[in-house]
Design a protein around this ligand. Structure first.
Ligand code: GRG
Length: 321
């Protein structure tokens, strides 16, 4: 799907799909599990669609959503790395570092266009609307993160909205798309959405903890990339509630590494990391509850996939990479 005719564009677009640089493939894994978890009998299942080019097999159509989702995810990583001037990604050189900003941006655009073509081939306008909204949310989330207005940067509500846009929208709307393609009711589609939303929020909250702690529990062991870029995440927001003096430190900016150390000191004294983990756990539990609310099934594969989706909610909050 990502093959291109022009050699430079071909190697750029394929870069993060090659073995060793393919990442965790967390989103497609969730989506294929969701497809099986929802594989329950629907009496009035609508026909898959119309037209010769339409894949008739439901599983194949749901797999297309998993592929589209990973392509959009990788496109957003490529653009993100250009914006952040990143050197590495997935343990290898970032594409902007290896092939330059121009090709990295174009490769992201190319992946988006391939994702759109695949989406169009599904001929489902509701799903097109959901995925188009995801792309808008990703751009909005990234833009929200650029804000310099203190009332927004220091607001937990703003942070959660940004987190939904940047991370949870993609997985929640694609989970919902998998349900809609199967012809499920709005109620079941909403449970699939709720699972993805809460899993995505938990995932990002833990990402924000790991930025401070890395694989160990001690502060300063992570890449500290967010704080060094002036991005204020949940651990610091919670620490600021306990220590309002921290606000003045954050206001000074983090160009001076000594300021990062002072912020880390406050964070260490506070319950910031703990409260962020608790919030992640709350969302992980809400995600698991959405799966538990699905209509009962005796099918062994359905039961296994639902259990795997529930297990993933725990893996997300206990992960260290
Ligand atoms: C081109 C669609 C598009 C968007 C442009 C740059 C931008 C607007 C949005 C950035 C969105 C972004 C990078 C969100 C972060 C999401 C996130 C948690 C990434 C890390 O995901 P993992 O850990 O990564 O699943 P791997 O490498 O395992 O796939």
């Amino acid at each position: 799907m990502v093959a291109a005719e022009v050699p430079n564009l071909a190697s750029a677009a394929e870069y993060f799909f090659k073995i060793g640089a393919e990442g965790k493939r967390f989103r497609p894994t969730v989506l294929l599990l969701m497809a099986t978890a929802l594989d329950v009998h629907i009496p009035e299942l609508s026909p898959p669609g119309i037209g010769d080019t339409l894949p008739t097999d439901l599983r194949t159509r749901q797999q297309r959503i998993a592929e589209i989702t990973e392509m959009i995810h990788v496109a957003s990583l490529l653009h993100d790395d250009v914006l952040d001037d990143a050197d590495t990604r997935r343990g290898v050189g970032s594409l902007n570092a290896v092939m330059g900003n121009k090709l990295a941006v174009l490769a992201g655009d190319f992946l988006l266009s391939r994702a759109c073509l695949t989406l169009a081939s599904l001929k489902n306008t509701e799903v097109v609307t959901l995925i188009a909204t995801v792309i808008e949310n990703l751009v909005t989330g990234e833009t929200m993160q650029l804000t310099t207005a203190s009332n927004k940067r220091f607001s937990m509500e703003y942070y959660m909205q940004k987190t939904y846009n940047k991370t949870a929208s993609l997985i929640s709307n694609s989970c919902k798309s998998v349900a809609l393609l199967a012809g499920h009711t709005a109620e079941i589609a909403m449970l699939a959405f709720e699972y993805g939303k809460n899993l995505g929020l938990a995932f990002q909250l833990i990402d924000d903890v790991l930025d401070f702690t890395g694989t160990s529990a001690s502060l300063g062991k992570g890449s500290l990339s967010d704080i060094r870029h002036g991005i204020i995440t949940a651990p610091i927001l919670f620490a600021m509630e306990e220590y309002p003096q921290l606000r003045a430190v954050v206001d000074k900016g983090f160009d001076n590494p000594a300021n990062v150390d002072i912020a880390l000191e406050y964070l260490g004294k506070s319950r910031g990391i703990e409260r962020t983990k608790e919030l992640a756990m709350k969302h992980a539990n809400l995600a698991a509850a959405a799966i538990d609310s699905l209509p009962q099934s005796d099918d062994e594969d359905v039961i296994k996939s639902r259990q795997a989706l529930i297990d993933l909610t725990q893996r997300v909050i206990t992960r260290n990479k």
